[in-house]
Design a protein around this ligand. Structure first.
Ligand SMILES: [Fe+2]
Length: 292
């Protein structure tokens, strides 16, 4: 423990020094500690593909990620977030991991599900494990909360997302790359070959593997967009498995066959700061590129 505290103090002092050098001083500290973490950027993207059935045109997905409840993020903020997500009237809601910062130490676990139950999505709510959801023997705590909240937990498995006319797309979710046992081959087992395939993976760098599995799109979190970025230098810390793809949109694979989006998340971890890495909600709209 002392090491952890010393490290945290060291990082705080380092960050303070950097802000001072940049001429931002205590105002910068206040901004990074209080202002920027409370902001919310809404990013909108279209997901277009010839394998998406025309009946899915206009289907709206809201992705949120990395709330890290219990570390500089509380249930009052979560309630406000739920209202903001519902405001978009999503058809689908995806949560891409790291619900609580330390699941086994958080004292108000019974209060989370009643809040997440208020999230409404006409075609379903789905989630995957992040590294913090496994940390400190938290795996079952996380699963219980998400299932109570009417989320389907995808652990190396897939589901068909169906429209009334019988058309469908495939949604896959894999376990966390850092502390779980991700198995893409297992997740692919039930997936119809010709369907549009959307993968949820907490760790973005899994995309390098996913691009070899005929996955069309991958949605990730984990990086927090670096959480603290220094102008002209970049992120102070990017976690393992978010090194190749730390933030935003990427087109990857031999034939650019996989499109990846990395959401910056909502909360913070390790240090209660965000700087040049605002919290984010992402709203995706599906469109078919079928010629018929
Ligand atoms: Fe996270």
């Amino acid at each position: 423990m002392p090491n952890k505290i010393q490290r945290r103090t060291f990082l705080k002092r380092t960050f303070g020094t950097i802000l001072t050098v940049l001429g931002l001083g205590s105002g910068g500290y206040f901004y990074a500690n209080r202002i920027e973490p409370s902001l919310l950027e809404i990013n909108k993207l279209d997901i277009k593909h010839s394998s998406i059935p025309t009946s899915f045109n206009g289907v709206k997905i809201v992705q949120f990620s990395d709330t890290h409840i219990g570390f500089h993020y509380n249930l009052h903020q979560l309630k406000k977030l739920v209202k903001k997500i519902n405001h978009f009237q999503p058809d689908l809601i995806f949560f891409t991991g790291d619900l609580m910062d330390e699941p086994n130490k958080y004292e108000e676990i019974n209060k989370i599900a009643p809040i997440l139950q208020q999230l409404h999505a006409t075609m379903g709510k789905y989630c995957i494990f992040g590294n913090h959801d496994h940390g400190g023997y938290g795996s079952e705590i996380y699963r219980n909360i998400m299932e109570l909240s009417n989320f389907t937990v995808l652990l190396n498995e897939s589901r068909l997302i169906r429209k009334n006319d019988g058309s469908y797309i495939s949604l896959l979710g894999i376990d966390d790359r850092m502390l779980g046992k991700p198995d893409l081959a297992q997740a692919m087992k039930q997936v119809p070959k010709s369907s549009f395939k959307l993968l949820l993976s907490h760790a973005p760098d899994v995309a390098d593997d996913a691009s070899t599995y005929q996955i069309h799109w991958q949605l990730s979190g984990h990086s927090h967009g670096g959480q603290v970025k220094i102008p002209f230098i970049g992120a102070l810390v990017v976690p393992p498995f978010a090194q190749n793809y730390p933030e935003g949109y990427y087109s990857i694979g031999d034939n650019n066959n996989l499109e990846l989006y990395v959401n910056r998340g909502i909360g913070t971890t390790r240090l209660p700061f965000r700087f040049m890495a605002k919290p984010e909600l992402t709203v995706f709209t599906l469109y078919s590129l079928k010629s018929d």
